[in-house]
Write a protein that binds this ligand. Sequence first.
Ligand SMILES: [Mg+2]
Length: 172
Amino acid sequence: MNYKTKLKDITTLMFDVDGVFTDGSVLLLPDGEQARKMSTRDGYAVQLAVKKGLRIVIISGGSSEAVRLRLEKLGVKDIFLKSSDKMKVFNDYVNTHNLKKGEILYMGDDIPDYLVMREVGLPVCPKDAAPEILAIADYVSHRNGGEGCVRDIVEQTLKAKGLWMDGDANEW
Ligand SMILES: [Mg+2]
């Protein structure tokens, strides 16, 4: 089935953070903290998706509180950091919310995402994902991690449902 057809049934969009919302870099600061860079265009699309009733879920191996704050500010409620075993987090979430495979999209960029991506109805990835991930994605964004790949897939999902630029889209 074409990925665009699958998009119509998606209710839940799951994302890795590093290499998806970011370009995968971390800036190593003298105090031991790490800084990351995110796209405000990705941010706009995510907060709109939340407003439109889509479920946004973050499953990250990272532990950055700055990442949590940023995503919370966008309205995201289901943020799972320090997910060393993404399959466990995924299975728990799917069972709790009684989700079907076909309504879940997952965007990841590297090997820790591999098993979860095999489980969802619509696995997608940024253009610069690892080769193993590119090989199993139903859709490869024309955008790289941190450079609008999240915006790309969220925008396409909202468009598939007729929810893009449909009224209150101008309000942030
Ligand atoms: Mg990653």
